[in-house]
Design a protein around this ligand. Structure first.
Ligand code: C2E
Ligand code: MG
Ligand code: MG
Ligand code: MG
Length: 285
C-alpha cells in the first residue's frame, strides 16, 4: 500500500515526526546524564556601575559541554530542560555552583560582589523557590545580600499572585530580584508597584540599535525614566561599543553589562579581571 512506502508523503512525514521525537528524547536523556556527570558549567559576565566605572558583580550563565556535540548554548537546551522538568535539578545546580564559587572568591578577597542567576518561570510555578534558595544559601554559607535573581516579566502575566508570594519570600530573606529582558514582554507596568523588584534590565535588542534607531534610544530613555520613577535601578545588557555606553551614561543608566566590558568569562578569567581591574571604565581610573 502507498502508506507503507517510505517514499510516500504521509509516511515520510510520520518518519520525520518519529525522528524528531526520538531526537528530542535523546536530548532529554543526554541532558539528564549531563547534569549528573558534571557536563554543565558556569561562565560569569561582569556587571559594572556606570557612574563609578566599578565592577559590582556578575551574571552566572550556564553552558552545557556535550560529550559529542561540544558546547551548547542555553537558548537551545533551557527550553528542553523546561519542557522535561529537568530545569528543577539544573536550576538548583546553577544556584549551588555559583554560591560555592562566590564563597571561594570571597575567601580570596573578592568581597562586595553580587552574583545574579537566571530563574526560569517553570521553577517559579513548580517548586517553592524561596525554600530552595534558602536551603542552598544555608548549605553554602553565602549571605543572601550577595545573591540576585533575574526573572522575565512573563512570570507575572502568567500568575502574578503565585509569583508575588514566591518573590516576597526571597525579598524577606534579603535576596534581590530583577526583571530580565524588560520591555520585550507584553505586560502592563502596574505589576512593578505590587512586587518586590529592585532592578529592571533593558533588553539587549534595544541597546544594540541605540545609535542607529532613534526609537530604540527613546525606548531606553523611557525605561530608565520608569525605573527611576519607581525607585528601581536600571541595568543595560548588551553594551558593545563606546557609543552605547556614552548614551546610557548620559541618560543616567545605573549599571551595564556587555562585550564592551567583557564577555561571559571562565571563573579563572573572571577572578583575574576582578583582582587586576576593579574599574572597568577607563576614564574613571
Ligand atoms: P539573558 O539572561 O538575557 O543573558 C544575556 C545573554 O546575552 C547571554 O547569552 C550573554 O552571553 C549575552 N550577552 C552579554 N553581553 C552581550 C553583548 O554585548 N552582546 C551580545 N550580542 N550578547 C551579549 P547566553 O549566555 O547565551 O544566555 C542566553 C539566555 O539563556 C539568557 O539570557 C538566559 O535567559 C538563559 N540562561 C542562561 N543561563 C541560565 C540559567 O542558569 N538558568 C536559566 N533558567 N536560564 C539561563
Ligand atoms: Mg539574565
Ligand atoms: Mg536579558
Ligand atoms: Mg535573554
Amino acid at each position: 500500500r502507498a502508506k507503507d512506502d517510505p517514499g510516500h508523503p504521509i509516511r515520510r512525514f510520520e518518519l520525520a515526526m518519529a525522528e524528531d521525537m526520538e531526537a528530542a528524547a535523546r536530548v532529554r536523556q543526554d541532558l539528564r546524564a549531563g547534569i549528573e556527570c558534571g557536563d554543565l558549567h558556569l561562565l560569569y559576565q561582569p556587571k559594572v556601575a556606570l557612574r563609578s566605572g566599578r565592577l559590582v558583580g556578575m551574571e552566572a550563565l550556564v553552558r552545557w559541554d556535550h560529550p559529542r556535540h561540544g558546547r551548547i548554548s542555553p537558548d537551545t537546551f533551557i527550553p528542553v530542560a523546561e519542557s522535561s522538568g529537568l530545569i528543577i535539578p539544573l536550576g538548583e545546580w546553577v544556584l549551588r555552583e555559583c554560591c560555592r564559587q562566590m564563597q571561594v572568591w570571597r575567601a580570596e578577597g573578592l568581597t562586595d560582589l553580587r552574583v545574579s542567576i537566571n530563574m526560569s518561570p517553570v521553577q517559579v510555578f513548580s517548586q517553592d523557590v524561596a525554600a530552595m534558595v534558602a536551603a542552598v544559601l544555608v548549605e553554602t554559607n553565602l549571605p543572601p545580600e550577595a545573591l540576585e535573581v533575574e526573572i522575565t516579566e512573563g512570570v507575572f502575566v502568567h500568575d502574578e499572585e503565585r509569583a508575588r508570594q514566591q518573590f516576597e519570600g526571597l525579598r524577606e530573606m534579603g535576596v534581590a530580584l530583577s526583571i530580565d529582558d524588560f520591555g520585550t514582554g507584553y505586560s502592563a507596568l502596574s505589576y512593578l508597584k505590587r512586587l518586590p523588584v529592585s532592578a529592571l534590565k533593558i533588553d539587549q535588542s534595544f541597546v544594540r540599535e541605540i545609535t542607529t534607531k532613534p526609537e530604540n534610544a527613546r525606548l531606553c530613555r523611557a525605561i530608565i525614566g520608569v525605573a527611576h520613577d519607581f525607585g528601581l535601578d536600571v541595568v543595560a545588557e548588551g553594551i558593545e561599543t563606546a557609543e552605547h555606553l556614552a548614551y546610557l551614561r548620559s541618560e543616567g543608566c545605573d549599571y551595564g553589562q556587555g562585550y564592551h566590558f567583557a564577555k561571559p568569562l571562565e571563573a579563572e578569567a573572571f577572578k583575574a579581571l576582578a583582582l587586576q581591574q576593579p574599574w572597568l571604565i577607563r576614564e574613571n581610573v
